[in-house]
Design a protein around this ligand. Structure first.
Ligand code: ADP
Length: 336
């Protein structure tokens, strides 16, 4: 059950992402619902799992709630504040489907009583970083205490102080993209107590069965460095998404896996929300694998979960929008 903030996505399609000093007119304007919490909750629901969203919206956000309800997200604990508007994301979108995002946090930073987390029954907690960091930490602590599986998609990336403060031992899964894993590792390595040898960049050889691609090698090396870093927790399952290259993971056992991206049937339209779609499907897969209780993840089960997640994300990038582009499970080839 994700316990996250929520924001509203405003999408605009532009000829190119604006450069410093440049002014561009958009060719198109669309209002869509989104926010990482909402997007990932929608993905969990569309993947067929039960999901409750906790967060805050402004009094202008009714239509967002209605959209979430329609796809089966339980929004019962979402509070409506009259002090702030619903959060906003201004998304610039290039014709190639690349995006650039400006966030206004709005109601996402309104006070939400911790009771809404502690009074909700859940087995999995999915958190991002679009709500106050203290709320994220409180939810994580509670989930850990009740033995729920905890997943963190650190986006936007917390600052160095927050990263050091985070109780990594309370975390079971960390889901990052290539840029995020690099930022995380750098944050850990900026610690003055770390000796110089540990700061040296190394590119490790990936397993022989993997495609020999510099970006896959780089992500694999970063995950290994993170996994082994003394300030990090080796018990965390690490997942790194690689855009059009798919995803890679490193399990606490030290086993690594690579799953290629889905073969697309058409052009990439919009990558907004692909990471959220991937994450929601990963959580739903994990919930299925852990329906009898928390398990130590095997390589085979993790691979199956990631395969479904990349398949769903592959459908997502071929459609416009954030939550609207996330496919239902019945739309996936592997299910049909
Ligand atoms: P984020 O948006 O969080 O940075 P990524 O760009 O890594 O996330 O994309 C998340 C997932 O979406 C990838 O693991 C992949 O499965 C899928 N994806 C993204 N871009 C493409 C693409 N061009 N072709 C196929 N799949 C893609």
């Amino acid at each position: 059950m994700p316990n996250t903030g929520r924001c509203l996505v405003r999408g605009s399609i532009m000829p190119t992402i604006v450069q410093p000093g440049e002014t561009l007119s958009s060719t198109h304007y669309e209002r869509r619902s989104g926010g990482k919490g909402a997007n990932q909750a929608v993905a969990v629901a569309k993947a067929g799992a039960s999901v409750t969203l906790i967060g805050a919206i402004g009094s202008d956000g009714d239509w967002v709630l209605n959209g979430l309800k329609q796809v089966g997200v339980d929004v019962g604990p979402v509070i409506v504040t009259h002090d702030e508007p619903t959060g906003r994301a201004i998304i610039q979108l290039t014709p190639e489907g690349e995006n650039c995002i400006i966030l206004h946090r709005g109601a996402n930073y309104a006070t939400v009583s911790s009771d809404s987390v502690t009074s909700t029954t859940f087995s999995h907690l999915l958190i991002q970083n679009e709500i106050p960091f203290s709320s994220t930490l409180a939810a994580l602590a509670h989930a850990h205490q009740i033995g729920a599986t905890t997943l963190f998609n650190p986006s936007p990336m917390p600052n160095i102080q927050q990263l050091r403060e985070l109780p990594w031992d309370e975390l079971d899964w960390l889901i990052v993209n290539q840029g995020e894993v690099l930022t995380l590792l750098k944050a850990f390595q900026s610690d003055r107590n770390i000796n110089t040898a540990e700061r040296e960049p190394v590119t490790l050889e990936t397993p022989a069965t993997w495609p020999s691609h510099p970006e896959i090698k780089a992500a694999y090396s970063l995950l290994r460095r993170l996994h082994e870093h003394p300030a990090f927790s080796p018990r965390i399952n690490l997942v790194c998404t690689l855009g059009g290259l798919g995803a890679t993971a490193l399990l606490p056992s030290g086993e690594a896996l690579y799953v290629p991206a889905a073969t697309l049937s058409g052009p990439v339209k919009d990558t907004t929300g692909a990471g959220d779609c991937f994450t929601g499907y990963l959580v739903a897969g994990l919930m299925e694998a852990e329906s009898g209780g928390k398990v130590k993840m095997s390589r085979e089960v993790a691979e199956k979960i990631l395969q479904t997640a990349v398949e769903a994300a592959g459908v997502c990038v071929q459609r416009a929008g954030a939550t609207e582009s996330i496919p239902y499970r019945r739309e996936l080839q592997s299910v049909a």
